[in-house]
Design a binder for this molecule. Structure first.
Ligand code: SF4
Length: 378
């Protein structure tokens, strides 16, 4: 039997300190807590032995939280356990997310030795005042240092994250951040606009009722920052392959692209989501519960065909490569035209979608108003 390609995501829910805007599943954890977590994670991996035999892992991604709070020996321990369970022989990409405030040269060298060939570095801003405001634990100088250590230790594929629309951020400040990040020559850049998430310290200050909500850039400035990102990154040789992601040619994130193209994936660790054999499920989100039984999973309600079709369109259109109508028919057994012909024709007339043979994709204008386009397919 041919093995099916899949991805593996490993969630490390620990950070040195919680950033003030962050609502990810992460919290500070001491070394004992991290040690115990790794041992539970290994148990979870082992529980997949039977199912894993059907798959060949193409991409491996350690995300968080801050995976770089783990020592290289701990990452190696997890990777070796994965190798005992899954077929990692055809691995094409192995990424570890790192926070510049948690790495040393030795640590990065150790990560490289575990087989990791890509780093995703959370830089966010090149302005130290902004970094402090965000509650980040590093300065921009430390981010630069992290980059040069990563290069010295053999990482030839590095992604940088940047956030725009920060409180009191001006176009000039943001422009300087973009220039400084481009100067580091990362192979990949993910760029997001700040979202004020309920339940975060930022929400209390900058949320709808927050006393400092007027410190946030207005919609017009936000749009200008978004346009500036595109302009500067394209000029620097990056291409935009997904709404928020840019890369040098051939350096697109294989792992993230596989989510957007509907490949199956195993999510391991606290709260991680999986999509295996057509079923979507998540691990529990409470650490004590996960530690007690790491195989306890919450299966999402069976997704109906209509939702799967809408998801196919939305995830596919996020990618600048777009979607194939033939692939739609292969997956769902119905003609694209019968389901979305009329609405797509309208969107083509509105110049938000363009059609070339079998392929449909968002136009530049469509990418800018993508949420409105996606709403049409729901
Ligand atoms: S380092 Fe990342 S995951 Fe951790 S608190 Fe900050 S933004 Fe959240």
């Amino acid at each position: 039997m041919d093995k099916k390609p899949c991805g593996i995501y490993v969630h490390i829910p620990f950070c040195k300190q919680k950033c003030r805007y962050c609502d990810f599943l992460s919290a500070p954890g001491d070394s004992k807590c991290i040690r115990e977590y790794v041992s539970v994670l290994k148990k979870e991996i082992g529980s997949y032995r039977k199912k894993a035999s059907e798959y060949e892992v193409k991409t491996l991604y350690f995300g968080g939280g801050t995976p770089s709070v783990l020592e290289p020996e701990q990452i190696s321990d997890v990777v070796e356990t994965l190798k005992e369970t899954f077929d990692l022989g055809g691995l094409e990409e192995f990424t570890i997310e790192v926070n510049p405030g948690t790495v040393t040269r030795e640590k990065l060298l150790g990560y490289r030795k575990t087989g990791a060939d890509r780093l995703s570095v959370g830089i966010q801003s090149a302005d130290d005042d902004e970094l402090r405001l965000l509650g980040r634990i590093h300065s921009f100088e430390e981010a630069k240092e992290c980059f040069s250590m990563a290069r010295e230790t053999g990482f030839e594929n590095i992604s940088a994250d940047v956030i725009s629309a920060l409180p009191k951020q001006t176009i000039e400040n943001y422009s300087r951040t973009l220039d400084s990040i481009i100067a580091l020559k990362p192979e990949h850049i993910s760029s997001y606009s700040l979202i004020i998430e309920p339940g975060t310290p930022f929400y209390k200050e900058y949320g709808e009722e927050g006393p400092k909500k007027n410190d946030l850039p207005d919609e017009d400035t936000d749009r200008k920052m978004y346009a500036l990102t595109k302009e500067k990154l394209l000029k620097a040789g990056y291409h935009r392959y997904e709404i928020s992601n840019y890369s040098l040619p051939g350096r697109e994130s294989k792992h993230n692209s596989s989510y957007w193209t509907g490949r199956e994936y195993f999510g391991l660790g606290l709260g991680a989501s999986s999509f295996v054999s057509g079923v979507r499920y998540s691990n529990v989100r409470v650490l004590e519960e996960y530690a007690k039984d790491p195989t306890k999973r919450i299966i999402e309600e069976e997704t109906d065909q209509k939702s799967l079709m809408a998801e196919f369109m939305i995830l596919g259109l996020r990618m600048t490569a777009g979607v194939s109508k033939k692939e739609f028919k292969r997956r769902f057994g119905v003609d694209f035209e019968d389901v979305y012909g009329e609405i797509t024709e309208k969107l083509i007339k509105e110049k938000v979608i363009t059609e070339e043979g079998d392929n449909l994709r968002l136009t530049d204008y469509g990418l800018d108003v993508s949420n409105a386009v996606f709403a049409e397919y729901i």
